[in-house]
Design a protein around this ligand. Structure first.
Ligand code: ASP
Length: 439
């Protein structure tokens, strides 16, 4: 059995946190491949090392003095090294970083140093081999992650190793220039390493005991999710549930490797299991609720629309021409509605409206802003009658006006559109009806 263990920034923010991580790793001899993030916040008012690096590099790029900022970053690592009583010096590393900052090596290079240095510290602490992600995680010329070359390269490199530390968040182009994933991207690296070594489990250690059914900022102490499928998770993370980077499931999904989200500060908790499929019955009909505010609906009316071949394509072409992606397209007999992100759409609305008129000749177009979309997700919905009915009666009781309903053909989710101002009460009502009041 081989496990890949990824630790997030808050799990590695200080020497104290590093010690907890050390205990977790030593408690299980299968935890041989480690992916660290950069040191995160030690408290609510602290700054993540990644953010310190971005700020420091911004000064360097402007030709300003950045010594004090770089020194503060260095102190973060020194505190960890001293607290762990390691005989390790990062002097040479910081000389190189300073030189490269002066040479304007780029903000991706700058940000990646957080994980790079933490990887060196982690490898020294555990006595594992350090593998620089720039040598094994590759991006193509267009800046897209090159999954297959990476998988081959990483597999070759790791296959005969007893144990290794591969820093998260970055890789490189073929010419060696460093490139990062988007923020939170160490989760993706963990998944890539798990795929490459064909791990049995990808453990992702963070500061919460897994996924919650709903956002704790909206629901007081929501229950946790024990098991969730990749597909359900994809729906939920797309709709705003954080914890895991939304792209992190793709590499492990190819190999059917489960992800276990665990809490570094409560290692006894089982956390959440993310799996391909399971016969385990979910505790509730719904697995989770997530949502986002800030959508706009563009309602297009045209008599006899249902009989006009190509109408939908023409409407969507108007959005495409203006570089706007759409979220949902519910339709009626003579109406079609396109949901878009308000901030993307706002500046181009009149161009889109005229393009729709030009391309599709509708009778009438109406735009409504300040809408929220809520996804109610659950593999249990397929086999349960009355789910939609329960959602809508709960919303009616909570005085929430439903503006849109869209049930995916997979019967895995129901998307509901409401006014931004009804967002919280809608989520509360749905949570209560499925979780608090069990029929
Ligand atoms: N350190 C990076 C960030 O703050 C990447 C990560 O933590 O996954 O986004």
């Amino acid at each position: 059995m081989k496990k890949v263990v990824k630790f997030g920034g808050s799990s590695l923010a200080s020497a104290e946190q590093f010690k907890k991580v050390g205990e977790i790793i030593r408690a299980d001899k299968e935890r041989k491949f480690v992916v660290p993030s950069a040191p995160g916040k030690r408290g609510p008012d602290d700054t993540k090392v990644t953010d310190m690096l971005y700020a420091c590099y911004a000064l360097a790029e402007d030709g300003k003095d950045f010594k004090a900022e770089l020194k503060a970053i260095r102190e973060r690592y020194q505190e960890i090294i001293d607290g762990l009583q390691l005989q390790l010096s990062l002097d040479d590393e910081f000389k190189v970083i300073e030189k490269n900052f002066k040479a304007k090596a780029g903000s991706d290079y700058a940000a990646s140093r957080g994980e790079y240095l933490n990887g060196i510290v982690m490898a020294a602490y555990l006595g594992y081999t350090f593998v620089d992600a720039a040598e094994v995680v590759l991006f193509d010329e267009a800046g897209e992650f090159d999954a297959e070359t990476t998988n081959r390269r990483l597999r070759e490199r790791l296959q005969d190793m007893e144990s290794a530390v591969v820093p998260g968040f970055y890789g490189a182009y073929a010419d060696g220039r460093v490139k990062t994933f988007s923020r939170g991207g160490s989760d993706i690296t963990g998944s890539i390493v798990a795929r490459a070594i064909k791990a049995n489990v990808y453990e992702n250690w963070t500061d919460v005991s897994g996924f919650l059914i709903a956002d704790p900022r909206i629901i007081y102490k929501p229950e946790g999710i024990e098991t969730i499928t990749y597909k359900e998770l994809r729906e939920l993370s797309y709709m705003g549930a954080t914890v895991l980077h939304e792209d992190a499931i793709f590499p492990v999904r190819r190999e059917g490797i489960p992800i276990n989200i665990r809490n570094t500060n409560a290692p006894e908790d089982n956390g959440t299991w993310i799996v391909e499929s399971t016969c385990q019955k979910p505790k509730y009909v719904i697995t989770g609720i997530a949502g986002k505010k800030g959508f706009c609906s563009v309602n297009i009316d045209k008599d006899m629309m249902n009989a006009e071949i190509g109408f939908g394509r023409k409407v969507l072409q108007a959005f495409e021409e203006n570089g706007i992606s759409f979220e949902h397209v519910p339709s009626g007999i003579d109406t079609m509605t396109v949901f878009v992100h308000q901030d993307e759409f706002m500046h181009k609305e009149q161009q889109v409206v005229s393009a729709i008129h030009r391309l599709a000749e509708p009778d009438h177009i109406e735009i409504e802003g300040d809408l929220a979309l809520i996804a109610v997700v659950g593999r249990g919905m397929k086999s349960t009658r009355g789910t939609a009915g329960r959602i809508f009666s709960a919303l009616a009781h909570a005085n929430v006006n439903v503006k849109m309903i869209d049930q995916g053909s997979s019967e895995l989710n129901i998307i509901i559109g409401v006014a931004n101002s009804d967002f919280e009460s809608a989520i509360k009502a749905i949570y209560d009806i499925f979780v608090r009041i069990q029929l």
